[in-house]
Ligand binder design. Structure first.
Ligand code: ADP
Length: 488
């Protein structure tokens, strides 16, 4: 049974092959089979896309006509809704994402969440008047006007590709920007699909959205992040690439929004309900651990350490992983051979540094094909070990023992990252006190979910700059202009 996605890019309103005529393979990570071909865009294509986005921003009414934007984005949302059963198998095939996740975060919820951005067009305070102010002997009114930033380069990763494409397109477009979207080489269809719906089912003017695919992970991105016609880069991906993007953008002082890596702590306090909180530790294996906000360090109190480890061991031994088309699985394969080798390398490093491997630890021998790694549990991990400090991006949990609450907070904050976290206690007040002292952009208390179209998400420290979603996320895509005018 073949799943076929859109092979063409979208440049200046047209679905188009690469100027060179070249294509690259889209590979299913669960089967290692080539599932289709995609346009292998190069310099000529990306420069044409930037030119089109620049022109659409400077010369059409897109940036000023809010009614047009509302109508067009509503058409986009309805088009995506209509086509979602076409997209679903494509996401499963190219991402290796468990199909259950496509009914939530990977697909359905993010289409629905576009409504938040559309509605924000009416909610946003586009102009605000400040009180009359005297300066240099002159009394003046001041208007603070919000305007779109301009041409946005949106660069997205392969782990939640469709969702992240929409997380950037939604607010960027609603705010009045034009966009060049560049997906990861591993997951091009999650972007070209959107391009096709835009071209065929919406009145979005040519050039407002461009989608450029490339088999080379860096080349097109390097151009996008250094071309002077691009005003802003909105990036989700690794901290290493985020650093590179900041450096490239520095030459022309681009605005950058970066959502990067994480190594979030799950703090279980000694009075917590262990059955509920510790057992959930195996949820790090969801989507094979390929999520930046996953809580990949579990901090257990020394006083109940053995009890916690026993619960985790049982939970890890029963994680459902394998065929992404099986609704029962929470994890499929890793995205590609390179990522699998990277994860296996970290596992070897953990063993070498003295962490105790309790469950898993190798490529799964249950499958002949596919980049499957066993759910892996390390215990007796020291806070400074490599596996406790670096982002592994695989189905691996490290368990670190701690003394008292202060010790737990110190260990949790001993990280170059600051993306997310979790804390559990029988006392909400005690858990909240800990939550307030953790240096991260999001945190869950007693299992509460922080995610939502209106909740700002992003990182402290090397987990990023800026926020995605919510009013804060929307305003990332806005500039601010202050106009002074005489009082009368
Ligand atoms: P990973 O290494 O896990 O694949 P990356 O952070 O490198 O993650 O990838 C996220 C996105 O960044 C992808 O779309 C990728 O193609 C893109 N990318 C990679 N290198 C660069 C670069 N030098 N400049 C801009 N984008 C890049």
């Amino acid at each position: 049974m073949g799943v076929q996605g859109e092979s063409r890019m979208l440049i200046d309103g047209k679905l188009t092959e690469a100027a060179s005529g070249r294509t690259f393979d889209n590979v299913n990570p669960a089967t290692e089979e080539v599932i289709g071909q995609v346009a292998d865009g190069g310099e000529q294509d990306v420069r044409a896309a930037i030119e089109a986005a620049r022109r659409a921003f400077d010369e059409t009414t897109w940036s000023t006509d809010r009614e047009l934007r509302k109508r067009c984005l509503q058409q986009l949302k309805e088009g995506l809704e209509r086509e979602k059963e076409t997209l679903r198998p494509q996401i499963v095939a190219e991402v290796g994402a468990p199909i259950a996740l496509t009914y939530a975060i990977q697909q359905d919820t993010c289409i629905a969440d576009l409504q938040w951005d559309i509605d924000q067009i009416d909610r946003q305070q586009w102009e605000q008047e400040l009180p009359v102010h005297e300066f240099f002997g002159m009394r003046s009114r001041r208007l603070v006007v919000r305007e779109p930033v301009g041409v946005v380069a949106a660069i997205t990763p392969w782990n939640f590709p469709f969702m992240l494409n929409l997380s950037k397109l939604g607010p960027a477009l609603a705010a009045g920007n034009t966009v060049v979207l560049k997906p990861a080489p591993d997951t091009p269809w999650s972007a070209t699909f959107i391009g096709k719906v835009i071209a065929e089912q919406t009145d979005i003017p040519p050039g407002v959205v461009n989608v450029v695919t490339s088999g080379d992970a860096a080349a097109v991105g390097e151009i996008l992040t250094s071309d002077p016609r691009v005003d802003m880069v909105s990036f989700t991906g690794s901290t290493a690439t985020g650093r590179r993007i900041m450096i490239n953008g520095a030459e022309t002082i681009k605005k950058v929004f970066l959502e990067l890596g994480g190594k979030s702590a799950n703090i279980v306090l000694d009075d917590a309900d262990f059955a509920a909180s510790v057992g959930m530790g195996s949820m790090v294996c969801v989507h094979a651990g390929q999520g930046c906000a996953i809580t990949t360090r579990m901090l257990l109190p020394q006083s109940r350490y053995d009890e916690g480890v026993e619960l985790l061991k049982a939970a890890f031994e029963t994680v459902g992983y394998g065929d992404p088309n099986d609704m029962a699985n929470i994890a499929g394969p890793l995205i590609n051979a390179r990522q699998m080798e990277r994860v296996l390398g970290y596992i070897e490093k953990g063993k070498a540094e003295g962490a105790r491997l309790l469950v898993g630890g190798k490529r799964s021998d249950r499958f002949d094909k596919g980049y499957f790694v066993e759910p892996t549990l390390f215990v007796d991990v020291k806070p400074d070990m490599t596996v406790a400090q670096e982002e592994i991006f695989g189905p691996v949990l490290v368990v670190i023992p701690y003394g008292d609450d202060d010790d737990a907070i110190r260990i949790a904050n001993n990280s170059r990252y600051g993306l997310s976290g979790s804390v559990s206690s029988a006392s909400l007040e005690r858990a909240m006190n800990v939550a307030r002292r953790i240096r991260t952009g999001t945190i869950s208390v007693n299992g509460g979910q922080w995610f939502g179209p209106d909740s700002p998400f992003g990182g402290y420290r090397q987990s990023g700059v800026g926020r995605e979603h919510g009013v804060e996320g929307f305003e990332e895509y806005l500039e601010t202009k202050t106009i002074g005018l005489p009082e009368s």
